[in-house]
Design a protein around this ligand. Structure first.
Ligand code: DLL
Length: 445
C-alpha cells in the first residue's frame, strides 16, 4: 500500500484538538492539505486498484497530472455500477486481511455494494462523526440515543463510534420496537437523539400513544439524516418535541454518516468535512457546474485507505456554496436523488415536494405515501395521507381536496388524494419508503 502522507494519528495531522473539534484551518491551508491528500489518493488508487489503473490509462491521465485541485476534473468518475461490477473486493486498495470491518448497502438490484474499512478508516470515520455531533450541539457527558439501524447499514455503528469518541454516553437502541424506545428515552433522558426524520416521527407518535408529551423528555438535539426531509418536516418535529433538529449527510460508499453536517446556527445547508471528502457538483454530462448551481454531487475521498473513490457520483442533488465562517464549503440540503425523480405527464416531481405540501395542509398528519398506477396508458399519482387524529371522517374529503388543489397550484399536476384514518399507513423504522410503484400491475406499458 502507498503510505498515506497524513493520517489520523500522525503528528502532522491538522487540528488535533479534543475529539470532534474542527480543525482550525485557513482557506489556503485547507486547499493545500486537500491537494496533498488528493494526490496521495490518486496515486494510491492507481497503484493498488486495477480498476482505477485501467480507467486512468483509458482516459490518458496519470496521478501526477493532478497539480491543482481543478485538475481533478480531468479524471474519470466512479459510479455505483462500477462498485457492483467489482463486487465484492475488486475496489479494494488494501489486502482483504487489512480490513477491520465491512458494511454493505442494500441495493435494489440484488447486488449489494460492499464497503471495506481499515483501522485508520474507522478512526477517521469516528472523528468526522464526532465533529458532526459537536457541530450539531452535542457535548461530552451527554447521552446519545441512537435509533439508526445497527448492522450492515452504516447509520447505527457509524453514529455509535463517533458519539463514543466525542465522549457521549451511547444508548444503542437501533431501529424498531418503538414502545420500548420511548420508554428508554423517558427513563434515561438522553439529550441527543439520532434517527431518520421519518423514524423520529414514528417515535413522536408513540409518545402520543403513551400519553406523554415528548417536550417533557428533555431532548435537546436531533441529528437526523439518511433520507431527504424538508423544512416543513423540521418544523413539525421541532414543534412536537422541543428539540433542535439538524441534518446529517453521508453515504456508505464514501464512509457512512458524517460526510457533511448542518450547524444549528447556519441551517439550510451542510458543511462538508472537506479535509476528508472533496465535493463537486456535476451537470448531467459529468462536468463541474459553477459554484452555487445545482447538479449531482460527486465526492472524492481524500484519506480512505481501504477503498479510495474518485469522483463518485452520489446521485444526490445539491449545490455548493461558501462556508459560514469556516473554510469548509456548504452543500444545499438534498431534496432528492436523480433516481427518485418521478416524471408524470411531463412534469418532474420529487417526493419531498409533496412532503412540503402535505405538511402545509391542515388536518393531515406528516404520514403519506405516493402510489403510482397506470390507467388507460397514463401514469396516475395518488397521494395517500393520514388525517390527524380527532378530525371527523366527514371532513376528510375536504382536506384531501385542499391538498389536491395545492398540488395543482404549486406543482401543476392533477393527482388523486386519498385521506385515510390515523395509524393506517405503514410506519418507518428507518428510511421511509415514499413511493409505491404499481404501474406494472395496474396497466399495460
Ligand atoms: O444513509 C448514511 C447515513 C446514515 C447518513 C445515517 C446519515 C445518517 P446509505 O444507506 O448508503 O448511507 O444511503 C446514502 O441516503 O446517497 C442520500 O440519497 C441519502 N441520504 C443520506 N443522508 C441524507 C440526508 C446512509 N441528510 C443515501 N438528506 C445518500 C437527504 C440523505 N438524503
Amino acid at each position: 500500500m502507498t503510505d498515506q502522507p497524513i493520517h489520523s494519528d500522525s503528528p502532522s495531522r491538522t487540528g488535533r484538538g479534543a475529539p470532534g473539534e474542527r480543525p482550525r484551518l485557513s482557506a489556503d491551508e485547507l486547499a493545500a492539505l486537500q491537494l496533498v491528500r488528493l494526490r496521495w489518493t490518486l496515486r494510491h488508487a492507481y497503484d493498488n486498484v486495477p480498476f482505477y489503473r485501467r480507467r486512468f490509462d483509458e482516459a490518458g491521465v496519470r496521478p501526477e497530472d493532478c497539480r491543482s485541485l481543478s485538475d481533478l476534473a480531468g479524471f474519470p468518475h466512479t459510479t455505483k455500477d462500477d462498485l457492483r461490477r467489482n463486487h465484492p473486493y475488486g475496489m479494494l486498495a488494501v489486502p482483504p486481511t487489512d480490513l477491520r470491518r465491512i458494511h454493505a448497502s442494500s441495493g435494489t438490484t440484488g447486488v449489494p455494494t460492499v464497503i471495506g474499512y481499515t483501522r485508520r478508516d474507522l478512526d477517521m470515520w469516528a472523528e468526522v462523526v464526532a465533529r458532526s455531533l459537536r457541530a450539531a450541539g452535542a457535548r461530552p457527558g451527554q447521552r446519545a440515543h441512537i435509533a439508526y439501524g445497527y448492522g450492515l447499514f452504516t447509520g447505527g455503528l457509524g453514529a455509535h463510534h463517533g458519539a463514543e469518541l466525542l465522549g457521549c454516553t451511547v444508548i444503542p437502541a437501533s431501529g424498531g420496537m418503538s414502545a420500548r424506545q420511548v420508554r428508554l428515552i423517558r427513563d434515561l433522558r438522553p439529550e441527543i437523539v439520532l434517527a431518520t426524520p421519518s423514524y423520529l416521527l414514528t417515535l413522536l407518535d408513540e409518545f402520543d400513544r403513551q400519553g406523554v408529551d415528548p417536550r417533557d423528555a428533555g431532548l435537546l438535539t436531533g441529528v437526523l439524516g439518511a433520507e431527504p426531509w424538508t423544512e416543513g418536516m423540521r418544523a413539525e418535529i421541532e414543534g412536537r418535541s422541543g428539540l433542535t433538529a439538524v441534518d446529517i449527510y453521508g453515504l456508505s460508499e464514501i464512509i457512512g454518516p458524517g460526510v457533511a453536517q448542518e450547524f444549528p446556527e447556519a441551517v439550510g445547508a451542510l458543511h462538508v468535512w472537506e479535509d476528508h471528502f472533496y465535493p463537486e457538483v456535476l451537470d448531467p454530462g459529468g462536468t463541474p457546474v459553477a459554484p452555487g448551481e445545482r447538479g449531482e454531487l460527486a465526492i472524492t475521498t481524500l484519506t480512505r485507505e481501504a477503498m479510495p473513490l474518485i469522483r463518485y457520483r452520489t446521485g444526490d442533488l445539491s449545490a455548493l456554496t461558501p462556508g459560514a465562517g469556516v473554510p469548509f464549503r456548504r452543500m444545499a440540503r438534498i431534496t432528492g436523488r436523480t433516481d427518485d425523480l418521478l416524471i408524470l405527464r411531463g412534469v418532474n416531481l420529487y417526493p419531498t415536494q409533496v412532503e412540503e405540501l402535505v405538511l402545509r395542509t391542515r388536518g393531515l398528519s406528516p404520514h403519506f405515501v405516493l402510489e403510482l398506477t397506470r390507467e388507460a396508458r397514463l401514469d396516475q399519482l395518488t397521494i395517500r395521507a393520514e388525517a390527524v387524529s380527532g378530525l371527523a371522517a366527514d371532513r376528510w374529503p375536504a382536506v384531501g381536496g385542499e391538498l389536491s388543489d395545492l398540488v395543482r397550484g404549486e406543482l401543476g399536476l392533477r393527482v388523486g388524494v386519498e385521506v385515510v384514518a390515523p395509524g393506517t399507513l405503514e410506519r418507518s423504522s428507518g428510511k421511509a419508503r415514499r413511493v409505491l410503484d404499481n404501474r406494472e400491475t395496474t396497466g399495460p406499458a
